[in-house]
Design a protein around this ligand. Structure first.
Ligand SMILES: [Zn+2]
Length: 270
């Protein structure tokens, strides 16, 4: 734990420091925090941008992709000169330029059952900015076992959803016990996505992560926020823990060894 904010930090974070619900203590918590951002794409870009600006001291960034020109319509931390570079390198350069207080740990890999638990356990909060069901379910399952909260977001065409999975609250599988069959839900490369949509959703995810870290406000636990960009509407739907949930239910799992996430991550009923 850093002892106190130095003069540069008092200046940089002055609008946080004067807030009652953040203050110097909250800012120090942010500076001492470790957040894992899974995916440095459409959702990850705004999440990384605002978490870095807020002074989250360590950002673990997971991505195994390279920047493509078609990403730039929405993935705002990457620039034209980054096309062809790895997203973790491009993201790390962006963060270094924005805020030297932030250490970026680069994880150029795909999160899967073999590495998820160890990576997640080393962080205080996970921001799930992944774009596929296999990663989303492995994040949920591993974070639940490790007791790490997750700020979840997902987007489709003009719509987004956000929820927060706390170790004490319902998990993603309480809502959606099993993922759809692989290949049945098209990705944004084949359907398209409104470029500003992930900006809104990723910022909401970063908001939840910051709240969790400073311990302020009411997190989006047990509530799914649905956002429709076309009529600019937000709707919040409550959901409860499912005692029959394959992960956090009464007969839930305590390991993800042996679950084939690439094949659809079905968990046999206990
Ligand atoms: Zn559950």
């Amino acid at each position: 734990m850093s002892l106190s904010l130095d003069a540069t930090q008092l200046d940089r974070y002055s609008r946080h420091v004067i807030l009652d619900d953040v203050g110097p203590e909250g800012q120090k918590r942010l500076l001492d925090a470790r957040v894992l951002v899974v995916g440095a794409g459409g959702l990850g870009a705004p999440a990384i941008q605002y978490l870095a600006a807020a002074g989250v001291g360590t950002l673990g960034i997971v991505d195994d992709d390279v920047v493509e020109r078609s990403n730039l319509q929405r993935q705002v931390i990457h620039g034209d000169g980054d096309v062809g570079r790895t997203k973790v390198d491009s993201a790390a350069d962006f963060v270094a330029d924005l805020n030297p207080d932030v250490d970026v740990e680069r994880h150029e890999l795909r999160l899967d059952a073999s590495n998820a638990r160890e990576l997640i356990a080393a962080h205080d909060v996970v921001v799930d900015c992944s774009d596929n069901f296999a990663t989303r379910y492995v994040v949920n399952d591993a974070a639940r076992i490790e007791g790490v909260p997750v700020s979840h977001g997902a987007i489709y065409k003009f719509e987004g959803q956000v929820t927060t999975l706390s170790p004490e609250g319902p998990c993603y599988r309480c809502l959606f016990p099993e993922p759809p069959e692989p290949g049945t839900v098209p990705d944004c490369a084949s359907t398209g996505v409104l470029g500003v949509l992930p900006g809104t959703v990723g910022c909401l995810q970063a908001t939840e992560a910051v709240k969790l870290l400073i311990g302020a406000g009411e997190p989006l636990v047990g509530r799914m926020l649905f956002y429709d960009a076309m009529d600019l509407s937000f709707e919040t739907v409550p959901y409860a823990r499912n005692p029959d949930c394959p992960v956090c239910g009464d007969d839930g799992i305590d390991t993800i060894d042996g679950i084939d996430y690439a094949a659809g991550c079905q968990i046999d009923a206990a």
